[in-house]
Design a protein around this ligand. Structure first.
Ligand code: CO
Length: 138
């Protein structure tokens, strides 16, 4: 596998609106992708657009949200994952498995509308790694 650009850093938050306000007032961010629901993933997502990358803000959606456990341990929120671009997610999965890593779930369409997968944090120094195919408008 060969990773490309850092696409985004995922941050779990209890409130998208409050987190966006923090990026607006404390850090002077002006460019956002407004919140939208991803019911199949059990999350609500917004993006802070930066000159070279994005911050993905993730709020739980529904009772079975995978983010709820994380927020139970980190009530104020925290860094949840980092996301690297790869040309071909299915190839990256094959390569990861061949390297002895564990992937989480099956590849699916992520918040950018392209194929993505998670690699288990135990294989990456405790960091949950998302691999995604680059958005078409890149
Ligand atoms: Co992500």
């Amino acid at each position: 596998m060969k990773v490309g650009k850092l696409n985004h850093v995922g941050i779990a938050v209890p409130s998208l609106e409050e987190a966006m306000e923090t990026y607006r007032t404390l850090y002077g961010a002006t460019d956002f992708v407004e919140p939208f629901d991803m019911p199949a993933q059990g999350v609500k997502v917004a993006f802070v657009n930066l000159p070279n990358s994005q911050i993905e803000l993730i709020e739980p959606l529904g009772e079975d949200s995978p983010i709820l456990n994380y927020l139970a341990k980190n009530p104020k929120g925290g860094q949840h994952h980092v996301c690297f671009e790869v040309d071909d997610v299915n190839q990256a999965i094959e390569d990861a498995i061949a390297s002895g890593a564990s992937i989480i779930g099956k590849p699916r369409i992520g918040a950018h509308g392209t194929l993505m997968i998670f690699v288990h944090p135990k294989n990456s120094n405790g960091v949950l790694v998302e691999l995604m195919e680059p958005p078409k408008d890149h």
